[in-house]
Design a protein around this ligand. Structure first.
Ligand code: XMP
Length: 508
């Protein structure tokens, strides 16, 4: 295992993902959190940071002590902190360095082994290391900075390296190789953390954690809950009781299709048709927050009612993933607002159930790989995200069964077309939105006065920021025609060209 000490850089999670991609397990912890040098801990990576090492309250750690135990690699701020702590000097550079730089390797050591001449690296810093401590050696430079990489020469401790650039970002073309070198050449990691080994180990741990007890779990048809449930099911079989609720605002035929898939995977899931209950409560509700609250509340009611029917339940399964639980370091000061853990299930504590969260340490792409490893159909694994409140937040204004049917029909045409034109996997999320706008149209000789549908498709990495997807005009023309010709009640289709921010992905 590798520990990544987070000093608040926006790229810290990318370091973790790069390490995991090399099949080495790692965890991110805030820099000030205590840890032990347990067996199996092979190395430490110090992240970047929005701070300057020369600021008064700059975050600091005892690197000299760390290298008494295991190898350390400092990245950006981590490298500057290393230089400073051992007696070097870091100054504000007269030239800020952001973006592309070319690395000139002076000494091909274990860290920089195999890196090409002039390799592109990505910089993001305004301080520079100007003098290294005595017992350190410069191993690479760039045109604009005198110290791009260094190592500690003395061998009385474990190895210590620093790099000024960010190897974890996409634009550092050989960054992954450098991280690999650190993990394998320097820390001696064995690269055996694979989806298969994760499944094996997790199932064993779940067996121990759950014992002979029963687990209930709300399933949504989404990737995370499906993969989590499958792991739990592998451990305890039908003592997992999944509950999948039809809230009346799922996609067309989704309820049945998802239940069928669960059956294929072998999950013990009960489908609950609660459509009417939801439709009753949607009446006269037009405010987005009011709609969301109704859905949240009813869902919990239905779930608890079902849960009561399962005797002797001790655990609640959840599909919480790593980005939901990483403690982040605030950029406003290390001692302020450290976010606390939160889980995504939203089910009340009053149920007095212990949590089972087998995906707690996985990133989304890893969840997908684990899912495929367990034989979950690729269709299910590669589904776009779909919001908990479903189509209710894509029908602006009051939600009725009729409007749901209209939107389901339009959305189905759109999503199927994305798939058949091989565009589905190129966008991060897509869906149709039913606007509370009627306009005049003409069909044959007849005047129409019908609803408008907006199509939304975005590219994104994590849903936090997003750009509208530049879908081909021919494709949009095709979908528009299909919807207007096939869905009675819709006579106009528009395409949403707003990015997030300032817009959001969903309209409500
Ligand atoms: P926004 O609209 O905030 O959406 O840009 C970002 C991502 O979050 C999804 N979303 C939700 N997911 N429950 C969910 O499970 C919700 O209440 C919810 N609201 C938005 C949205 O679909 C997008 O992927």
């Amino acid at each position: 295992k590798i520990l990544i000490l987070d000093f608040g850089s926006q790229y810290t999670q990318l370091i973790a993902r790069a390490v995991r991609e090399a099949n080495v397990y790692c965890e991110i912890i805030p820099f000030h959190k205590e840890f032990t040098y347990e067996k199996g801990l092979k190395g430490i990576i110090l992240s970047g940071s929005p701070f300057s090492v020369n600021e008064e309250n700059a975050p600091n750690v005892d690197i000299a002590d760390m290298i008494q135990h295991i190898p350390v690699l400092g990245v950006c701020y981590g490298a500057q902190l290393t230089a400073k702590n051992f007696g070097g000097r870091v100054d504000k550079s007269n030239k800020r360095e952001y973006g592309r730089a070319r690395l000139e390797v002076l000494k091909e050591d274990q860290l920089l082994s195999g890196i090409s001449k002039g390799s592109q690296v990505w910089m993001s810093h305004s301080d520079s290391i100007v003098t290294l401590p005595d017992e350190f050696e410069i191993t690479a430079i760039t045109e604009s900075i005198p110290v791009a990489a260094f190592k500690k020469m003395t061998t009385d401790t474990c190895p210590l390296y620093g790099i000024q650039f960010h190897p974890e970002v996409y634009h550092s073309t050989e960054g992954k190789k450098i991280i690999h070198n650190f993990l394998v050449n320097i820390c001696g990691c064995s690269q055996d953390w694979t989806p298969a080994s994760f499944v094996h180990e997790t199932v064993e741990e779940l067996k121990k954690q759950i014992g002979n007890h029963h687990v209930i779990m709300a399933l949504s048809g989404g990737v995370d809950s499906t993969v989590a449930a499958t792991l739990i099911s592998k451990a305890i079989g039908n003592r997992l009781h999944g509950i999948f609720v039809d809230n009346g605002v799922l996609r067309k035929d989704e309820f049945q299709q998802v239940l069928d898939t669960y059956k294929t995977i072998g999950l013990n899931v009960t489908g609950i048709d609660a459509k009417d209950l939801f439709y009753d409560e949607f009446k006269d509700k037009t405010d987005p927050e009011a709609k969301r609250k109704v859905i949240g509340r009813l869902f919990i009611d239905v779930f608890q009612e079902e849960a009561k029917k399962v005797a002797g339940v001790k655990f609640l399964g959840q599909g919480t993933i790593y980005p939901d639980v990483i403690e982040s370091v605030s950029v406003h000061g290390p001692s302020q607002t450290i976010k606390s853990h939160h889980n995504v299930g939203g089910l009340p504590d009053t149920m007095h159930l212990d949590l089972v969260e087998p995906l707690r340490y996985l990133f989304k792409d890893e969840v997908r790989k684990v899912g495929l490893e367990m034989g979950i159909p690729a269709d299910m694994i590669n589904r776009h995200p779909f919001p908990g409140p479903g189509l209710a937040i894509r029908i602006l204004g009051e939600v009725t069964a009729e409007k749901v049917a209209l939107l389901q029909a339009a959305d189905d045409i759109y999503i199927k077309a994305l798939k058949s034109h091989n565009l589905y996997s190129q966008v991060w999320q897509a869906g149709a939105i039913l606007l509370p706008v009627k306009s005049v149209g003409v069909m044959g000789d007849e005047r129409t006065y019908e609803f408008t549908v907006a199509l939304r498709a975005v590219t994104s990495v994590d849903g936090m920021t997003a750009d509208w997807a530049h879908l081909p005009y021919e494709f949009l023309a095709h979908v528009s025609n299909e919807i207007i010709n096939n869905v009675r009640g819709i006579n106009r289709v528009v395409y949403d060209i707003s990015s997030k921010p300032p817009a959001t992905i969903e309209w409500e």
